[in-house]
Design a protein around this ligand. Structure first.
Ligand code: GUN
Length: 295
């Protein structure tokens, strides 16, 4: 058996086309251009790449975007003031503070400073709470992207056993809450497994849909999966590869070659979940801009 390869790049392109159409409509009917502000602290090369890619996404769909680059030594106070400036700027509908932040800055305090209506990452406790109870919210972008990938690839999670490996605040916990809701695109039986499990393999083996968000290169192999599982690989890990340009290549948390012979469907890395995160950020920002013009 060889698995269906779930093409995140193609699905993300489709969502971006939908966002672009929605943006054009918002511009012509209400005169509103969605605006997204990025705050990038320090010089983390991966964060710089992500913010550049997100900015490029904004351009593609017709948004305005601004990037505020702050030094790694910036005080928490200055960062909070910057957030507040964007909160008060009517041309800005979404605010994204790129993670990780330097150790001296309290991440949670920063999330709480963002207006919930501009919190397009969905990290403000009000939005997290609304997500848990199934209310109107901004779903965090990577989990929202996973849900879209499943639905648009014909792998509805309803009634399935979804096993998530990883319990981070930005992937594991939110995707568990989203797929648990008694709503279309969800209604799954959800298990969250993690490094504290006594027998991680036992949980993985029972997954109809496995979501790997561990952060360990090729940790899950084909023989660990249930035959016919749908595999969503959230990992982005660099491994040394002397044959590759730059001396490294990107792999997921799943060993793709062995998994594809056991799985029914699988996302590649790169080109699976990654592009979806940006597409959902744009979708959340359009929603924020629409909401603001309805107030
Ligand atoms: N760093 C890694 N993932 C994310 C994300 O979804 N949002 C932000 N702001 N930073 C991140």
């Amino acid at each position: 058996m060889s698995a269906q390869i779930i093409d995140g790049k193609q699905i993300a392109e489709q969502i971006k086309r939908e966002v672009k159409e929605g943006t054009e409509l918002l511009k012509t009917t209400r005169g509103v251009t969605p605006g997204l502000a990025f705050i990038l602290v320090g010089e983390n090369p991966a964060s710089q790449v992500y913010v550049r890619m997100k900015g490029k996404g904004c351009e593609e769909v017709g948004f305005r975007s601004v990037t505020e680059q702050l030094p790694a030594t910036v005080s928490e106070q200055t960062l909070l003031e910057k957030v507040n400036e964007f909160n008060n700027d009517p041309k800005i509908h979404g605010i994204l503070v790129q993670l990780p932040l330097p150790k001296h800055i309290n991440e949670q305090k920063v999330f709480e400073a963002i207006s919930p209506g501009k919190d397009v990452d969905g990290f403000h406790p009000i939005n997290v709470g609304r997500m848990v109870v199934g209310g109107p919210t901004f779903k965090p972008c990577t989990p929202a992207g996973i849900q879209e990938l499943l639905m648009r690839s014909g792998n509805d999670p309803a009634g399935k056993h979804v096993v998530i490996v990883g319990r981070s605040n930005i992937v594991g916990k939110p995707i568990a809450n989203i797929l648990l809701q008694k709503q279309a695109g969800a209604n799954a039986v959800v298990t969250v497994a993690h490094t504290g499990a006594k027998d991680l393999r036992m949980y993985i083996k029972t997954a109809d849909i496995l979501i790997a968000a561990i952060g360990k290169a090729e940790f899950i192999t084909g023989e660990m999966l249930k035959e016919g599982a749908v595999v969503i690989d959230v990992g982005i890990n660099r491994i040394d590869d002397p044959a590759a340009r730059g001396g490294y290549r990107l792999v997921g948390d799943v060993h793709f070659e062995s998994a594809r012979h056991v799985a029914k469907a699988i996302t590649p890395v790169p080109g699976g979940v990654g592009p979806m995160t940006i597409a959902m950020l744009l979708s959340n920002t359009l929603k924020a801009a629409r909401n603001s013009s309805e107030e």
